[in-house]
Ligand binder design. Structure first.
Ligand code: ARG
Length: 569
């Protein structure tokens, strides 16, 4: 909560007849510090009060009582009233607030609220490609941030482990399994088998029939088919886990589509009984024309098997029962926008509490591309996440070797920098936009990058190390932190909690990523403009304290994004 904003809102609401909370929502933070620390725009009041905004601003400002408050000065500029907070008060409140909190910025906003986050969800026997990197990073960051704000966050890895393709894979394995080294290089080998059997299916109808038969058997619980499917799943997860270990990803549930599939029959029954379903050429569909969606939602295929949509509907029901969610987020690429639109509309007919339907939200993101073009399976230019991360680590190591050849634990450091660079780059762009992944841009120590933020953190730590002590808050003379650069850093530190809340309101981790860049830049200016160690003791103490606070916020923020801070680099 922003105490200064609240104080200003209180004062204004005493003068005009508008509730404090509403006023608070109008108050802005001007971009330039010459326009004050806060501004109240009067434009929205013009219609109601039938007066020009500058006149309203003038009248309100004349009536405002700011004596004995933290507000030092007010100024009317056009339709705005600008507020200047007393700089000493500002420093005092912000740092006192900082020192009081164990986990800085972790409000208890989410207490007793359940949020399920469906993310990553790669497909068994298919490559864990760079598109999945984005859901893994976005979902992981949201998971961490919700948790930090006191929500009961539940991370779901809804594995793509179901579908008719497994009937094909089983057939291929039966025929040629011996020829392939599945344990060594599972995904590649399974892909090869899949391509080969697909080709054969096209040539020979009987083979295709055998594949269908296998899938049916798998659904009916045939032990041999299940054994093979479990093997494919096990080796695939083992390979995915390598990526999760590198990224530090955690999930509370690994129940995939196969776990849900048997429950899909249940929802098909519900939808049939309440007349939501219609038949179309042997398949069961829900017509969504009336909802403004031209493509019907396919619930059951003509061969009787469940669909991606019916499984997702069953999953909603299951998650509502199991987690009693307030929000259910789905992090996937925008290619699934239609799918989730359809599923969320059909969910209204499942007979579940309205609260659950309202809580459904698709967090869709744009593509990840290389400068050379799209990375899609079809064009054969797939990049595996593991390879991308390894390459990033290697490049980081080379840079470190050049910059600081005497550092110990170079490998470990390169891992933090290399992986941090990739995560930061992926999370720096707002989710709706496409990303062009460029090595040089991601790994540049000076640009708007993860390594830059890490480097700034390391700088704060070396200042603290050089000082050799951290003063008590009681020893800080806040009047020593009134210069422009200290104030710039202070205000950003103050904003941290609000930033985290914004991330959860918009499901947009890039807000935090951009914030960390702003804080790192503000600290760099502070560092360049102010001598920290060796000034008089009072100045030194307060600057060290500010350095410490900055370092801590950078570290917490990075951790929430899934990025580790090195202590040296
Ligand atoms: N496995 C799917 C894919 O790779 C993503 C699953 C997303 N989650 C869901 N509940 N549909 O495209």
């Amino acid at each position: 909560m922003d105490k200064f904003k609240k104080e200003i809102a209180q004062k204004i609401s005493k003068v005009i007849d508008i509730p404090e909370q509403e006023i608070e929502s109008y108050i802005e933070v001007p971009k330039e510090s010459t326009k004050g620390d806060y501004a109240f725009p009067c434009f929205r009041l013009a219609k109601e009060l039938k007066k020009a905004p500058p006149l309203i601003a003038q009248e309100i400002s004349e009536k405002l009582q700011i004596k004995e408050s933290t507000i030092e000065k007010i100024e009317v500029v056009g339709g705005y009233i600008n507020f200047f907070i007393n700089k000493v008060e500002l420093a005092k409140q912000i740092l006192a607030n900082f020192s009081n909190q164990g986990e800085y910025g972790s409000s208890k906003k989410g207490k007793d609220k359940n949020v399920v986050i469906d993310y990553s969800a790669p497909n068994i026997a298919k490559p864990f490609h760079i598109g999945h990197l984005r859901t893994t990073a976005i979902g992981g960051a949201l998971y961490n941030i919700y948790k930090y704000l006191g929500y009961n966050a539940i991370g779901l890895n809804y594995l793509g482990d179901y579908g008719t393709q497994f009937g094909k894979l089983i057939e291929g394995y039966k025929r040629w399994g011996e020829e392939y080294n599945i344990d060594e290089n599972p995904i590649n080998e399974l892909m090869e088998i899949y391509i080969r059997i697909n080709k054969l299916c096209k040539e020979d109808e009987k083979v295709l029939e055998a594949c269908r038969e296998n899938f049916k058997k798998l659904e009916d619980g045939d032990p041999y088919c299940i054994e093979l499917w479990e093997k494919f799943k096990k080796v695939s997860i083992k390979e995915f886990q390598k990526v999760y270990d590198l990224l530090g990803s955690k999930f509370d549930s690994w129940d995939g589509e196969a776990t849900i599939a048997p429950k899909a029959k249940e929802i098909i029954k519900i939808l049939e009984e309440n007349g939501t379903i219609t038949e179309s050429q042997g398949a069961k569909i829900v017509d969504l024309e009336n909802e403004g969606i031209n493509t019907p939602c396919m619930i059951q295929k003509s061969d009787g098997s469940t669909t991606y949509a019916s499984r997702d509907l069953a999953a909603i029901m299951h998650r509502a029962k199991t987690y009693d969610f307030d929000k259910a987020l789905y992090v996937t690429s925008y290619e699934q926008v239609l799918h989730f639109k359809q599923v969320f509309v059909v969910a209204k007919h499942l007979g579940i509490d309205e609260k659950y339907v309202k809580g459904l939200e698709h967090v869709s993101y744009g593509m990840v591309m290389l400068p050379t073009g799209k990375m899609s399976t079809r064009e054969g230019k797939i990049i595996k996440i593991e390879d991308l991360l390894e390459e990033s680590i290697n490049r980081a190591e080379a840079t470190i070797a050049l910059k600081n050849p005497n550092l110990e634990n170079r490998k470990e450091l390169a891992k933090k920098v290399g992986i941090g660079a990739v995560i930061f780059n992926i999370l720096a762009t707002s989710t709706v936009k496409d990303i062009i992944f460029d090595w040089d841009a991601a790994l540049n120590f000076q640009g708007e990058t993860g390594p830059y933020v890490q480097y700034t953190y390391v700088r704060t730590q070396s200042v603290l190390e050089k000082a050799g002590y951290i003063p008590e808050i009681a020893e800080i003379k806040f009047e020593k932190l009134t210069d422009e650069y200290s104030q710039g850093v202070l205000k950003l530190i103050y904003k941290f909690e609000e930033i985290l809340e914004q991330v959860t309101e918009k499901e947009e981790p890039s807000i935090l990523t951009r914030y960390l860049l702003d804080l790192a830049k503000a600290y760099s200016s502070f560092y360049n403009e102010n001598k920290i160690i060796g000034e008089d003791e009072e100045i030194q103490n307060s600057r060290i304290y500010l350095t410490r606070a900055t370092g801590e916020v950078l570290k917490i923020g990075a951790k929430l994004l899934g990025i580790q801070m090195p202590e040296k680099m």
